[in-house]
Design a protein around this ligand. Sequence first.
Ligand SMILES: [Fe+2]
Length: 208
Amino acid sequence: MKKYFMLSVALLVLLASAKVMASDNAARTKVIEDIKAAFTGETTASAKYAAYAKKAKAEGYPKIALLFEAASKSESIHAGNHKAALEQLGEKAGEVTPKFEVKSTKENLEDAVKGETYEVTTMYPGFIKDANEANVSIALISFNYAYQTEQKHKVMYTNALKMLEEKKEKSMPSQYEVCTTCGNTYEGTAPARCGISMTPRDRFVTFQ
Ligand SMILES: [Fe+2]
């Protein structure tokens, strides 16, 4: 009788641990899907902003073009980080064909504000929650770098739109510095160390 009892206990423990493993796997799979989605989003944003920069230049808004160029670089750093995170988890980032439409600079800025707002209010908070729950720290780092940077981009694009509407765009910053570790974007000169990733300033890229 005791033998049967012990056997049943062992079986229950086995079943419980199988269930935990299955939910761990599902959580990890969700994080991998999130990183792939973030990689696609950032690759598209980088290509889109580069195209918006050209359009802004053509329309005679060099200061707005500069902001788009700096943000394009920043998004490419996020895409690179997401790709590296996927590879570290034994996965591959697929080919991405960026899809976007170039309109007037005013509409392009409105689109940029919309995109950044979605990333900071919905996409990254959800992805960060998933990565936290699944305890996938490499994804958490990569998402956080992007999340913190996109909050700054949202403000910069919102200000740029306001400046354009008020015809004050000529007084916008004439320099940006972008951290090559996390994409953090500074108007003017960056501090000695990045405020997000502690990267020394000599590893920043300058746009002017
Ligand atoms: Fe951004």
